[in-house]
Design a protein around this ligand. Sequence first.
Ligand code: FPP
Length: 245
Amino acid sequence: MVKGLDDRQKQEISIPRHIGIIMDGNGRWAKKKGLPRSAGHKVGANKFREITKHCSKIGVEYLTVYAFSTENWKRPKDEVWFIMKLFKQYMNEALSDFSYENIRVNFLGDKNGFTEDLRNLIDKVEESTKNKTGMTLNIAMNYGGRDEILKAVKEIAMEAQKGAILPNDIKISDISDRLYTKNQPDPDLIIRPSGEYRISNFLLWQSAYSEYVFMDDILWPDFNVKDLERAIEEYSNRNRRFGGV
Ligand code: FPP
């Protein structure tokens, strides 16, 4: 849990190289206001825009947002449709007026789960932003950490079957190199607002040594730059040992 830190407790702030965010609490936010869940997602999508721009401004190199999991298809059809609509809207913005943003957009997840037009849109956005030199924004859509690891394991098993790799020679990097985050650093900080203390299948492999900041006093649609700063302050005060002393 994170409250405001006392000034005396504050150490030098270190900006995480890679931040992950589980954008949780849209539904509860809407319910509290007597609005449909879609209203929470709409405000949540705008928060996502604001926080993305801010992360890029303060020098975060990689931002990964969890927008839709492999399990989220179980939600009512109209809710899924609405999230896809918001997603498409953002993609179209990224194509039209995103050119002045120095952000590379990348997708984590199984694209085969999307309609053909959405897949094409995703490919276009990835292609048109691939030479940007600023922050990489990973949007996890139809993403599941177990699914991602399973995909890597299957690829390695196929290679073993062909005799291209010996089971005994399989290394940690053989898995990492087959994940959607290939060639990216692991997340340093993972933020989850809304008071849920779970990982929910997000970046399971990559978060082995991530610092988690669970914020139980804020829902995603209310999340703002100050809350991001609180999480970064909390992260800066952690003593990361990566299994050492
Ligand atoms: C979790 O809150 C949120 C989601 C499953 C959807 C997140 C989607 C967006 C923020 C908008 C679309 C994204 C982009 C990239 C434009 P919840 O619905 O589980 O909330 P609850 O736990 O309070 O019900």
